[in-house]
Design a protein around this ligand. Structure first.
Ligand code: CMC
Length: 428
């Protein structure tokens, strides 16, 4: 519903009256859908001021450091709910009661195993393949197993795909890891919770039992929860765009995995650890901080800054607490973690970072936690993808359920040649 109007005048002439639409919170949006007919497109590379859709799932106020899923604050969810509860909330819009929660957990447990044929896909990868490459390929390949259940216009089939993806993603992620280190795949155990089961599939071996530490499982669950959704970020927008053409959910989620892989997005936690390795020791921290501040040097401190949060990232606040808890409880001595803590201190106190509002982001702390609990660096982004998977599906499902859903098709400002006379090859 339009509450007021903006008029666009060019050289004193009003060319369009544009309705201003109000959401339930956040910036109002100027509805520019009629502008094309007036002969104009808007130009916003990087989507700095563009709302691409209407959504009820996640609200962010970057200036105030607010992140809410379905209206629930992220710190309450991280501290008082577990990841499966958050999945339910993202998918269904309401916190489950005990019966609904148990039923949801049962459904997810029913789907944790993958078809044995899927095992063969892994054997086609080179042993040193990046686990994100395997995840991307194998998740996309899931569509070949569920042909008869891929009617994207049937809400029950969409929800079944959601359940399958939530249940199978940890199994596939752990398989990618086991394959890369030459160990046998470990089957899921449905008596464990989501985080415990993932750790079991990652770290247990047939030769001896693996006991999951409750501290580590809780930290893992928090990492899942804090990464579960983040509004219209690059990978979620990728999933929506892929899904807008009617592509199947597994292909769309594979597209999300690909988009997340980049170092400016989900690849940041891996890039952060690579950077800590490169810094190597406490005496080099100042040198790298100076490099990050040097305009002529492209180097950036990985794990610092955020497109949306310009004061603080509420996920980073919870993650920081968990990070310090885990380091204390596990009593880990690691020079890289000392470098990380020194970097955090310098960056929080340095005027360059303060002025530019560059704070350690969620991936700075999640990278340190994952390293402390023994997860190899190349699995960091995989874990981010597993966690974000539910957000992707919730957005995909929401989009397909909206009336009048259209294929996403941006326009452009064309800057190439025009109306050239083509000379045949024989005459050139
Ligand atoms: N280290 C040093 N300087 C930085 C950094 C950094 N990490 N990030 C931004 N800047 C500077 C940048 O050089 C620019 O300076 P100036 O105004 O003098 O030109 C200013 O801060 C603004 O940077 P920007 O690139 O215009 O900001 P953005 O909002 O487009 O980028 C970002 C956000 C996250 C891509 C960027 O901060 C970055 O590259 N950070 C490192 C990578 C990272 O940690 N990414 C994970 C984000 S959180 C996970 C997720 O949600 O996916």
């Amino acid at each position: 519903m339009a509450d007021s109007k903006a008029s666009l005048s060019i050289d004193g002439n009003v060319v369009a009256e544009l309705p201003i639409l109000k959401g339930s919170a956040g910036n109002d949006v100027i509805d520019i859908r009629t502008l094309g007919a007036a002969g104009y497109f808007t130009y916003d590379p990087g989507f700095m001021a563009t709302a691409s859709c209407e959504s009820e799932i996640t609200f962010i106020d970057g200036d105030k450091g607010i992140l809410q899923h379905r209206g629930y604050a992220i710190d309450s969810l991280a501290k008082q709910a577990d990841y499966l509860e958050v999945c339910y909330i993202l998918l269904h819009g309401e916190a489950p009661n005990r019966t609904q929660y148990d039923e949801f957990k049962g459904i997810i447990n029913n789907h944790t195993m993958v078809h044995e044929k899927l095992v063969h896909f892994f054997h086609g990868f080179l042993p040193d393949a990046h686990p994100m490459a395997m995840l991307c390929g194998v998740v996309g390949a899931l569509s070949s197993f569920y042909h008869s259940d891929l009617d994207i216009h049937a809400p029950d089939q969409r929800m079944r795909s959601a359940h399958r993806l939530i249940a199978k993603m940890p199994t596939i992620a752990a398989m990618a890891y086991k394959y890369s280190i030459g160990q046998p795949f470990v089957y899921p155990r449905n008596d464990l919770n989501y985080a415990e089961n993932f750790l079991h599939m990652m770290f247990s071996v047939p030769a001896e039992p693996y006991v999951v530490s409750p501290t580590v499982a809780r930290a893992m669950d928090r990492i899942f929860t804090l990464h579960a959704d983040h509004e219209q970020n690059a990978s979620t927008s990728t999933v929506r765009l892929a899904g807008s053409s009617g592509a199947n959910p597994y292909a769309c989620i594979a597209a999300g995995v690909a988009s997340l892989w980049g170092p400016a997005h989900g690849g940041a936690n891996e890039a952060c650890l690579t950077m800590l390795n490169e810094i190597g020791s406490l005496d080099r921290v100042d040198e790298y901080v100076a490099k990050a501040k040097d305009k002529s040097d492209p180097f950036r401190l990985m794990g610092f800054g955020h497109r949306v949060y310009k004061n603080f990232d509420p996920r980073a606040t919870v993650m920081r607490e968990t990070c310090h808890e885990v380091l204390k409880e596990l009593g880990i001595q690691d020079p890289l973690l000392d470098v990380a803590m020194a970097l955090e201190k310098v960056a929080l106190e340095d005027p360059y970072f303060i002025e530019k509002k560059l704070y350690p982001n969620v991936d700075f702390y999640s990278g340190i936690i994952l390293k402390a609990i023994g997860i190899p660096t190349n699995m960091f982004t995989v874990i981010f993808a597993m966690s974000r998977n539910v957000g992707w599906i919730a957005h995909w499902d929401e989009m397909l359920g909206q009336p009048g859903q259209k294929i996403g098709r941006p326009r452009q400002k064309y800057t190439g040649e025009i109306n050239r006379k083509f000379i045949p090859l024989s005459e050139r």
